[in-house]
Design a protein around this ligand. Structure first.
Ligand code: 6PG
Length: 241
């Protein structure tokens, strides 16, 4: 596990953008699963501002680790957020953007998206393998849209599952734990003081931390990196940087 701790969200965004672009080097086709929520917004802004014309985006194939079951025009849509903060500012072919159809029936869409991943991506032991899965983490220790009250979905046989937000009841479509842990590399993007308690629990594997889906992130490749700001890392026993 590689812990990278930076002073603030801006520095995390700059460092993550450089890391992401480094990952693309010499790759004819790079398949990445994006995270949603609010944390990626500044990262996508910096990626677009600093690298829009420095990357051949036709080599990058975008997917999502999870989506809210809302139309693409809805402010809750991870797709909409990504269009506003990234896609609207870079030259990426439309066919490289593989969004989860949040407006469709969740069960059918989970099956369709799993099928798409199984066709588009290489597979390891029948599990679709991303080059990179980007994950966020909620204050409750959820990741992608696998929440503590439905942690059994992590080991679902279905590569994409239907989940339910514990407070809003909002339906979500999410990749499962097998797909996350089959990735060549997994990167957590986590900032802000509200995440510090769960960052400590998950990184230091404190008692009871196995109740948090984020604690189950353990890619078989061994390639797991955390991008944290000082606030999110504040409760860690030792600060490596
Ligand atoms: C989503 C996400 C989810 C997110 C965390 C953190 O669709 O909500 O993919 O897993 O990464 O909830 O969200 P914030 O970045 O908004 O804190």
């Amino acid at each position: 596990m590689d812990l990278k701790i930076y002073k603030d969200k801006q520095e995390v965004a700059e460092q993550f953008s450089s890391y992401f672009v480094d990952q693309l080097k010499d790759k004819d086709a790079f398949h990445v699963a994006l995270s949603g929520g609010s944390t990626p917004k500044i990262v996508f802004d910096v990626l677009a501002d600093n690298f829009a014309d420095k990357v051949d985006w036709s080599n990058v194939h975008f997917y999502w680790g999870d989506e809210r079951c809302v139309p693409p025009s809805d402010d809750e849509s991870n797709y909409k957020m990504t269009v506003e903060h990234l896609f609207s500012k870079i030259e990426v072919p439309k066919e490289n953007i593989n969004r989860i159809l949040g407006e469709k029936n969740p069960v059918n869409e989970a099956m369709r998206y799993a099928n798409l991943l199984e066709i588009d991506l290489d597979r390891v032991e029948k599990t679709p393998q991303f080059d990179l899965v980007i994950l966020g983490m909620g204050d409750d220790g959820h990741t992608a849209s696998i929440f503590p009250h439905e942690i059994e979905l992590w080991d679902s046989q279905d590569h994409c599952v239907v989940a339910t937000h514990p407070d809003s009841g909002q339906k979500r479509v999410s990749i499962n734990g097998k797909v996350i842990n089959a990735a060549k590399e997994v990167a957590f993007l986590v900032t802000g003081a509200s995440k510090a308690e769960k960052v400590k629990a998950v990184v230091e594997k404190t008692e009871g931390s196995d109740a948090y889906p984020a604690s189950l992130v353990n890619p078989s490749s061994g390639n797991l990196v955390w991008f944290l700001d000082k606030e999110a890392a504040a409760k860690l026993n030792q600060n490596p940087s």
